[in-house]
Each structure stands twice: as C-alpha cells, then as structure tokens.
Write a protein that binds this ligand. Structure first.
Ligand code: ADP
Ligand code: MG
Length: 348
C-alpha cells in the first residue's frame, strides 16, 4: 500500500493529537501553521510555518501532502478553497465557511428544525435598544470567537454603552439560557449514513472555557437519544467527512438546544483517547484518509480535567501517575493565564 501523507492546517494541541493518531495508522503528517512555536511540530513528520495567506508557503505545503484537513475553524475560506482545487480538503471548505459564522450556523441548524438559543443579528449599537426580549443575553462576534473570546454578557442596553465595541464587525445577541447542564456529541462520518458516534459527554465550563468533561453524562434517555439524532442529522445534511462536535445546552426544564457546531475534533473528546478503542482523532484521520471504519467500543467511564495556565506546573512535577491517569502536556512554549496547557484523563 502506498503511504499516505495528511496535511493539517493548525498546530495547536488538536493538531498534535491528530498527528499522534496518524502515526499509529502509518499516516505521515505535515503541519502548516502561522505560529513558529506551534506545539504540534513536536509530533508531526514535517512542519511548515507560514501565514494562511502566503501563497508560496501554501503551495509548498500542498505539494507535500495527499489531502488536507484542519484543526481549527478560523481559516480564511479562500485559502481552503484554493487548496481544494489542488488536493482534497476535508471537511469541505463550504462546511467550514458555514460553521465559522455564528449567524449562518444557527440559521442552518434552525432550518433542520433543531432548537438553538434565540438569537438576532446585531449590526449597530442602536439595534440593541429594541431588543429587550433577548436580554439578559450574550453578545458574540459572528466570527473568530473561541474559549469565550469575543463574548460580552449583557443585562441591559446601558451596560452595552459602557463597553467600547466596534460594531463594524458582525455580532449576534443570544438570549441567555438558564443552564442545567452542557453536553457534547462527537461523531465521525465516513460516507452516506456511515458514521461512528460517541455517547454524550457532560461538560463543565468556567469563565466560558471548558474545564471538565465526563462520561457517562447524567442525562435522561430522551436527551441521550435526541442529542445523538440531531448530531447525525447535522452531519448527514452537511455531507460531512471527518470528526465533528455538536455542543448542546440543557435548560432547567430539560429542553435541549444546539449551542454550536465545531467542524473538527474537540476538546470535550480528549477522553476518547483512553476511554474508547478508537479516539476521535484516529476516527478523523481514518475518515479523511479513506481508511477502514472500525466499530467503536467503550473501554471505560472517564473524566477529563483541562489544565489552564500555571495549573500545568504541579502536574509536570508529578513523577508517577496512577495506572488509570493519563497526563498530556501540550508542550506550549509560554504559560499564559487561562491558556489550555494540558489535560489529565482519569478512567473511572
Ligand atoms: P466558544 O466559541 O467560545 O466556545 P460558545 O458559544 O460555545 O463560544 O460559549 C462558550 C460558553 O459560554 C458555553 O459553553 C456556555 O457555557 C456559555 N454560553 C454561551 N452562550 C450562552 C447562552 N446563550 N446561554 C447560556 N450560556 C452560554
Ligand atoms: Mg463552545
């Protein structure tokens, strides 16, 4: 069999974990990233640093690989589209364009008759005054947000006036859901009606950043089934290839809402590395490289803790972990407050 080389755009921890999974499958990886210090360079076969608009570098990257995937969604559509003319990009660039825009994403989900939070597009400050209905809410940039970045909780129009926001960028205002729980579904779609789907994962956020994930999620049967069904419907409708994550809210009346979709492997799925026979990363590589689908089997219940900022230091100093503990250090060069530096998964 000829050897496959997978190109990955983005060199953070998700890129590292994709590269590790690929190695296990004898798939070579070339990572392209705009950060010269990208941690994933420690795990891939080849690393190319360059801006996502640098044509020369992009061509250099494309020439090295058989197909291209990505580990984060904020990549210019034009870049993915141009690459796709030369080598297949999976998931498709059009899927990424849809999902990287919060408004387009929510419109798409609603068209499938799937519930989302109530939301409205905001183009200028005065738009907010007329929208008492959506308050208290969260104002979010329509693009480029992650880990709570570009989000402003607001209770009143007055509060907004105190913020100095540049409305030339697009925003949406989302009604705040009174959260009981958050869960996510990770699904890998291989082709029409062929997928592997993980059980719902229960997630706890602190300051809008994921802190804990665990399986099993403590949810009722209806939510268990509906969250999986909706994720399958979304993946089918997008004709998605690869691993996708759907983040959900559950309110105090046990209503389920799609919060957002991530067209990529996801932080809440890190526990799949140790808790299943095939991780979300391996499944992604299998799907985008056209390798065999392996039936998913659960090995254990599990919980995962994200190590943010200097929380990593304590774990770096532990000499021996327990047999059921798996520590991952992302090898990021600088420790920054709230930055995801590593995680620890415990099988329970
Ligand atoms: P990001 O792209 O940063 O992950 P999200 O929209 O997923 O943005 O928001 C991050 C977290 O903020 C959510 O997981 C949730 O805990 C909280 N949050 C966001 N929007 C709402 C909302 N409308 N109601 C309640 N909580 C919210
Ligand atoms: Mg989110």
């Amino acid at each position: 069999m000829s050897e496959i080389t997978l190109g990955i755009i983005g060199g953070g921890q998700l890129g590292s974990m994709l590269a590790i999974a690929a190695k296990k499958l004898n798939v070579k990886t070339v990572i392209f990233c705009d950060d010269i210090d990208a941690p994933a360079q420690n795990f891939c076969n080849q690393f190319i640093a360059g801006s996502y608009e640098n044509n020369e570098k992009i061509i250099e990257f494309v020439n090295e690989v058989d197909m291209v995937t990505y580990e984060f969604e904020n990549i210019p559509f034009e870049t993915l589209n141009e690459i796709n003319k030369l080598k297949p990009v999976l998931p498709k660039p059009s899927v990424n364009r849809l999902i990287q825009h919060r408004l387009a994403e929510k419109d798409f989900v609603n068209k499938l008759n799937i519930r989302t939070t109530r939301y409205v597009s905001i183009e200028k400050k005065s738009d907010i005054d007329a929208l008492e209905d959506f308050l208290p809410g969260i104002l979010k940039t329509t693009t480029l947000g992650y880990d709570g970045k570009g989000q402003y909780p607001i209770k009143s129009g007055d509060e907004l006036n105190l913020l100095n926001i540049d409305f030339s960028k697009g925003f949406i205002l989302e009604k705040l859901v009174k959260l009981k729980k958050e869960i996510s579904i990770i699904i890998t779609r291989f082709s029409n009606n062929k997928y592997e789907i993980y059980e719902p994962i229960e997630n706890t956020h602190e300051d809008q950043i994921l802190k804990y994930s665990k399986i099993p999620a403590e949810i009722n049967k209806k939510i268990f089934d509906q969250s999986k069904e909706w994720a399958m419907l979304i993946a089918e409708e997008l004709k998605y290839i690869g691993t996708l994550c759907v983040e959900y809210f559950i309110d105090r009346n046990d209503n389920l809402y799609v919060n957002e979709i991530a067209p990529r492997v996801h932080n809440s799925g890190h526990l799949t590395i140790n808790a299943f026979n095939v991780s979300q990363f391996e499944n992604h590589v299998r799907a985008v490289c056209g390798l065999d689908q392996v039936p998913l089997k659960k090995i254990s219940n599990a919980k995962m803790i994200n190590l943010l900022g200097d929380q990593i230091i304590h774990y770096r100093n532990i000499e021996k972990f327990k047999n059921n503990e798996f520590f991952f250090d992302y090898l990021k060069k600088d420790i920054k407050e709230k930055r995801k530096m590593g995680h620890i998964t415990t099988l329970i």
